[in-house]
Design a protein around this ligand. Structure first.
Ligand code: ADP
Ligand code: ZN
Length: 531
């Protein structure tokens, strides 16, 4: 007898109801459709392929292959499936060759419902030959590609092995495929569809909102003290994660927290595997541990009661920030995402991009993404609205972020914004092509450079109209214009600036552009209130 999806949910997993779009996804994939599933962390992606896998196995379609980059996650999932009485197994480097052989034989005999494997494993000739034989016998049921953003170099966690997964579509036509991820902006999303040949797949995009997370971004002064105060005031005894950029800083901060009487542990890729494992286990099992870590920590860690995630350094982009902060409050109870940012962070990140061996095109995209994050950090309005807008979702002020709760002091950047916008417009009109931010700044501030001379841009009526603003101020205004969507940056064309429909409202004075006081005048920073 075959069970309905709802019965599988209930009888196998013990849940009463599907959550959000799960049911629609399960039905679509269960019936053999391709799917792209974008769902925030904790949203319940696993069931989206596990239930179709079980139902399709019962209906005689055979084995589902789950592609996952994380060994720890494979182990957890297979363990949980066994407890639920589902036949599952994994193939990865932790198995001896004899154990791996046993798993392969069971898979070939169709005795496994869900087989988890790392991408580099899936694309070996040996494994493909086994898939071939299952395909020929009609016992290859479904491919689920987890953490699908790893296929995109624009994502924050590019893994070249994912690229080779194109083979699945070419070699096994008709076998349904689904790609799942918790983070993908437009660029990454498009890349996933193209690289995995899922253009015709149905997309299931959940809201990315995590209403129980309160976002706070403070300006760095003495960030260690700021962090200590934040934890002492709001998170005494809570489990949390503190992200730092370097291994050394991880060690230093962990020590500082311990000295301050906190139960803190360091975690980074430079530590001995055993130590890392112990620290991770303690974080998961004990209560109230603060893990101080580089971004090597966190993927696949499913701890429901992480009460705060703090960033002492700015991440590379909004996807990274969102993914890392998303580890807070998976249990749905209130949690906080706290970040200290300083302009120096941006300078460092920019330097890392500039000095990386990547192509110029790639660097341009990375700079654009960094700017978007900076726009979020500098925003004076609702953080959540900004964050969701980045993932293509519109929303209203949340009442639960720092800016909503304590509106910051702002200065009116509307005048500067209009000067920038009209200059972009005039340059475009005069030269018929677009330029980047640097050249725009030079014109607005009235600097005669070679490029200005070459294009005769000193003759523009707006040349020098913004001379009383500093470049820093103008850049801040420009970032806000970009964050508001009034200006777009064409990453494929040397980051040239283009006006959008929204620019009109700013030009007409219908929409104001406000900036945080501190951003506008970094030299005369007032001594501020609490972080
Ligand atoms: P994701 O992979 O999207 O981060 P998971 O698949 O790990 O999320 O699910 C997050 C948690 O939610 C898990 O503990 C899971 O058992 C639980 N969960 C998922 N779907 C449901 C549901 N329909 N009802 C109740 N709990 C669910
Ligand atoms: Zn808000």
């Amino acid at each position: 007898m075959t069970l309905s999806y709802a019965q599988v949910l209930h009888d196998v997993f013990g849940y009463a109801q599907f959550r959000g779009p799960q049911e629609a996804i399960v039905e679509h994939v269960g019936a053999g459709g391709d799917a792209l599933v974008l769902m925030p962390t904790g949203g319940g992606k696993s069931l989206c392929y596990q239930i179709p896998a079980i139902a399709r196995q019962q209906a005689g379609h055979g084995v589902t292959v789950v592609i996952s980059p994380l060994i720890a996650l494979m182990h957890d999932q297979v363990g949980a499936l066994h407890e639920a009485g589902v036949s599952a197994a994994f193939l990865n480097s932790t198995l001896s060759s004899d154990e791996a052989y046993q798993v392969e034989q069971r898979m070939l005999r169709g005795e496994i419902t869900l087989l988890y494997a790392a991408p580099e494993r899936v694309t070996t000739p040996r494994f493909l030959a086994q898939l071939d034989s299952m395909f020929e016998r009609g016992t290859l049921s479904l491919f689920a590609i987890d953490e699908a953003h790893c296929v995109s170099q624009w994502g924050h966690d590019f893994r070249p092995e994912y690229r080779a997964l194109t083979v699945l579509h070419e070699r096994y036509p008709g076998v349904p495929r689904m790609a799942l991820t918790a983070t993908a902006d437009d660029l990454t999303r498009a890349d996933i569809l193209e690289r995995l040949q899922l253009q015709d797949a149905r997309a299931f995009v959940s809201s990315f909102d995590r209403p129980n997370i309160r976002y706070t971004i403070v300006e760095k002064k003495d960030s260690t003290q700021q962090l200590l105060r934040f934890i002492a005031r709001e998170h005494e005894g809570d489990a949390g994660i503190v992200y730092c950029q370097s291994r050394r800083k991880v060690e230093d901060i962990a020590q500082t927290l311990v000295d301050a009487g906190l139960n803190a542990l360091p975690y980074h890729a430079g530590l001995d595997t055993k130590i890392r494992q112990t620290h991770q286990d303690r974080f998961l099992r004990e209560e109230g541990i603060v893990m101080v870590a580089t971004i090597a920590f966190g993927m696949g860690i499913d701890k429901p009661d992480v009460r705060f995630v703090a960033h002492l350094d700015m991440p590379k982009n909004i996807e990274g920030y969102y993914q890392e902060t998303g580890r807070a409050g998976r249990d749905g109870l209130s949690a906080q995402a706290w970040m200290a940012y300083g302009l120096q962070d941006m300078v460092n990140q920019r330097r890392m991009i500039d000095e990386s061996p990547a192509s110029e095109e790639f660097k341009q995209v990375m700079r654009g993404k960094l700017d978007a994050l900076l726009g979020l950090a500098e925003a004076s309005d609702c953080r959540r609205v900004r964050l969701l807008a980045y993932f293509g979702e519109s929303s209203t002020p949340c009442g639960n972020c720092d800016n909503c709760l304590n509106p910051p002091e702002v200065w009116d950047g509307t005048d500067a914004a209009r000067k920038l916008l009209s200059t972009i417009y005039r340059i475009q009109q005069m030269s018929g092509i677009s330029f980047g931010a640097g050249h725009l700044m030079d014109i607005v501030r009235g600097k005669v450079t070679d490029k200005v001379t070459q294009y005769n841009h000193a003759s523009l009526s707006t040349f020098g109209i913004g001379a009383d603003f500093s470049e820093l101020q103008l850049r801040g205004v420009l970032r806000q214009l970009i964050a508001m969507g009034a200006v777009t940056v064409d990453a494929q064309a040397f980051n040239t600036l283009q006006l959008t429909e929204q620019a009109r409202a700013v030009l007409k004075g219908e929409v104001a552009v406000s900036l945080r006081e501190s951003v506008s005048s970094p030299a005369e920073r007032k001594s501020k209130r609490n972080p």
